[in-house]
Ligand binder design. Structure first.
Ligand code: F6P
Length: 320
């Protein structure tokens, strides 16, 4: 391939810029032209496409967000929008596309693949909800942001003798809560993968109080089937302990990416270029162990995400 495109799509994640940089500079290094597609599939439909150069990605490796911007596109899901997007690639002579995004974006890429567009799916989401890869770009930064929030909240919860529920993102996946909860020494971790047991949470809080604990941190994934304020009210009623709620929200999606996210983004981005250069297509790229892998994008999206929630929660219960 001589001319490729790169886009970011769906929710942004820290490390997307490092990945764009790797695709752009990797492509140029390999003698290819590279075009940036702005605002994901939405921008592609509208022809927001521009050639990128080495200098286009200067000074971005450490920045959160995405210089290409992003969007969630309803139009791409319609027949008309979809065919406009595919035709736009032809208009600009783009022979293959690297799509950096989460589950929905990679499904969009897989649809384009079925329409004959050579694609590479690159995992960029804080949620870590893609089964075919151990980690997604942005997850590590989000976990570290949540970890910092746990630390700060612990200080004030301890001063006031309160219980605090910290709600983290992740859509239907509990990984941010699990990793930040275990690393942050949270007393309780609640995720959608495990049943919500109000009696056992309340009992744990009271046992903690009776052995002199000044505070308790509950880290709760947003996918848990009970709003945090309702949970807080129920726990206050059951335990008599003052219970506050902190919803981290979009704070987790921004900030300078960690070294791990930058490294993964750089390696994954460059592998996408190598594969496109060699005429390979229909791949989802990820990481297993320390190895960068590429598998069929359709197979990748069919894999069920295996959860280690029970094991992590058990360990957290033992240690907290
Ligand atoms: O997929 C990333 C994510 O941040 C999820 O954790 C969250 O549920 C969702 O996006 C929020 O989406 P939006 O940016 O559209 O509000």
């Amino acid at each position: 391939m001589k001319r490729i495109g790169v886009m970011t799509s769906g929710g942004d994640s820290p490390g997307m810029n490092a990945c764009i940089r790797a695709v752009v500079r990797g492509a140029i290094h390999n003698g290819m032209e590279v075009y940036g597609i702005r605002r994901g599939f939405e921008g592609l439909i509208d022809g927001e496409v521009e050639e990128m150069h080495i200098a286009s990605v200067a000074d971005i490796i450490h920045r959160g967000g995405t210089i290409l911007r992003t969007a969630r596109s309803d139009r791409f899901l319609e027949e008309d929008g979809f065919s406009r997007a595919v035709n736009m690639l032809d208009t600009f002579g783009i022979e293959g596309v690297a799509v950096i995004g989460g589950d929905g974006s990679l499904r969009g890429a897989a649809d384009m693949d079925l329409a004959g567009v050579p694609v590479m799916g690159l995992p960029g989401t804080i949620d870590n909800d893609l089964a075919y890869t151990d980690y997604t770009i942005g997850f590590d930064t989000a976990v570290n942001t949540a970890l910092m929030a746990i630390g700060n909240t612990r200080d004030t919860s301890s001063s006031h003798g309160r219980t605090t529920i910290i709600e983290v993102m992740g859509r239907y996946c509990g990984d941010i809560a699990l990793y930040a909860g275990l690393a942050g020494g949270a007393e309780t971790i609640l995720v959608p993968e495990e049943p919500l047991d109000l009696a056992s949470i309340s009992k744990k809080l009271l046992i903690g109080k009776n052995r002199g604990k000044l505070h308790s941190i509950i880290i709760k994934a947003e996918g848990v089937d009970m709003p945090s304020d309702e949970l807080s009210r129920i726990l206050e009623e059951r335990t008599g302990l003052e219970t506050k709620v902190v919803i981290l929200g979009y704070i987790q999606r921004g900030g300078s990416p960690t070294a791990r996210d930058r490294l993964m983004a750089s390696r994954i981005g460059y592998r996408a270029v190598e594969l496109l250069r060699d005429g390979s297509t229909s791949k989802a790229i990820g990481i297993r162990g320390e190895e960068i892998i590429a598998c069929d994008i359709h197979d990748a999206l069919k894999m069920p995400k295996l959860s280690n929630a029970a094991e992590i929660i058990e360990l957290s219960d033992i240690l907290s």
